[in-house]
Design a protein around this ligand. Structure first.
Ligand code: FUB
Length: 341
């Protein structure tokens, strides 16, 4: 009797434990099941980060960093990859497009990037670690005749080095380029970590034209993204209120012109699941607006999400009548469910 009841207790305990484990398991545990199209994370066979969309005709290309951190390594990012979709449901993996060390003056760190089309060519801006001739992070520019590469160093040296922003207090200040072409054809680049800068690019796309201006909005941490809707310019970025939060969120500012003045509009999202970083990328595609982010909710085998093992996600982005952006919640369902009306 005693044995039987103990066995019953044990079975019940096992069931309860199994239920607990299922409920408590990180989101990556469901990864063996066939993913729902349009659900998050978008790519489940490797860790991806820092999404940067580019729309070309009927296709959306998504440039991403490739997280390969082992154990508790912080970041290990050696190359950038590109994916494409025509319907936001089926993605084509075009593989790696470049390594950080393809820039011969760089020694490591394929950090955040963005590609832009100009005059039929594709310009790829990215953060890397410069060699010891210009210590610290730097911004590189590469070019290709196709959005899927191959990309080659367009300049042979860094576009932006740490020495060009002397106000900065740390060596990774010059990261996370975002590029934007205004209605008059001028192209602008913004970037930064803790300080946010903007400068115009020369028509050749490989030189800065004029001054570098600091435009740091409240709680700016990194990952700026420039876009325009109607007559409003948006500067969306990873923000960190160090006194209040542990992990980055996304905040934004708006302006009547690319040259400002920028007005802080508050937070757009909360933090990415299990992730210190979040990194926004925005695009309008086939009539809808999308906000790409990343989190650390993916597990691949025994490798769980971490600061250096992230996964790219996407959500619907909507605007209020006054041009402000509606708050976005990062979800597992992603865009598999229609946006709230
Ligand atoms: O991926 C490396 C760095 O982490 C990026 O440059 C930042 O935006 C953050 O996502």
């Amino acid at each position: 009797m005693q044995v039987k009841s103990r066995r019953l207790f044990t079975l019940a305990g096992c069931l309860a434990l199994a239920t607990l484990l299922l409920v408590a398991a990180p989101a990556g545990a469901q990864d063996d099941a066939a993913p729902t199209p349009r659900a998050n994370p978008l790519f489940r066979d490797r860790f991806t980060a820092d999404p940067a969309p580019l729309v070309v005709g009927d296709t959306l290309y998504l440039y991403v960093g490739h997280d390969e951190a082992q154990r508790d390594e912080m970041f290990n990012m050696r190359d950038w990859r590109v994916y494409s979709t025509k319907d936001m449901a089926t993605w084509v993996d075009h593989g790696p497009i470049m390594k950080a060390t393809d820039f011969r003056w760089a020694k490591a760190d394929a950090w955040a990037s963005q590609a832009i089309e100009k005059d039929g060519r594709f310009w790829f801006y990215a953060a890397v670690e410069h060699d010891d001739t210009h210590p610290g992070k730097a911004i590189a520019v590469a070019v290709s005749d196709s959005p899927t590469g191959p990309f080659v160093d367009a300049k042979g040296s860094a576009l932006i080095t740490n020495a060009m922003t002397p106000k900065g207090t740390h060596s990774w200040e010059d990261i996370d380029p975002t590029v934007f072409t205004d209605d008059d054809g001028s192209t602008w680049i913004a970037w930064g970590n803790r300080q946010c800068y903007i400068a115009r690019l020369k028509p050749n796309m490989i030189e800065i034209d004029g001054p570098i201006t600091e435009i740091t909005p409240p709680h700016f941490e990194e990952g700026p993204w420039l876009h325009k809707r109607g007559s409003t310019y948006y500067l969306t970025y990873a923000s960190l209120d160090r006194a209040a939060h542990r992990d980055e969120k996304v905040s934004y500012a708006t302006a009547p012109s690319i040259q400002g003045p920028w007005t802080y509009r508050g937070e757009l999202t909360g933090s990415g699941k299990y992730s210190f970083t979040i990194h926004p990328g925005i695009a309008q595609f086939k009539g809808n607006w999308y906000l790409f982010l990343h989190n650390a909710a993916l597990a691949i085998g025994d490798q769980h999400g971490a600061i250096g093992r992230r996964a790219v996600t996407v959500e619907h982005l909507q605007y209020n009548a006054d041009g402000s952006m509606k708050p976005v919640v990062q979800t597992d369902e992603g865009i598999s469910v229609p946006p709230p009306r």
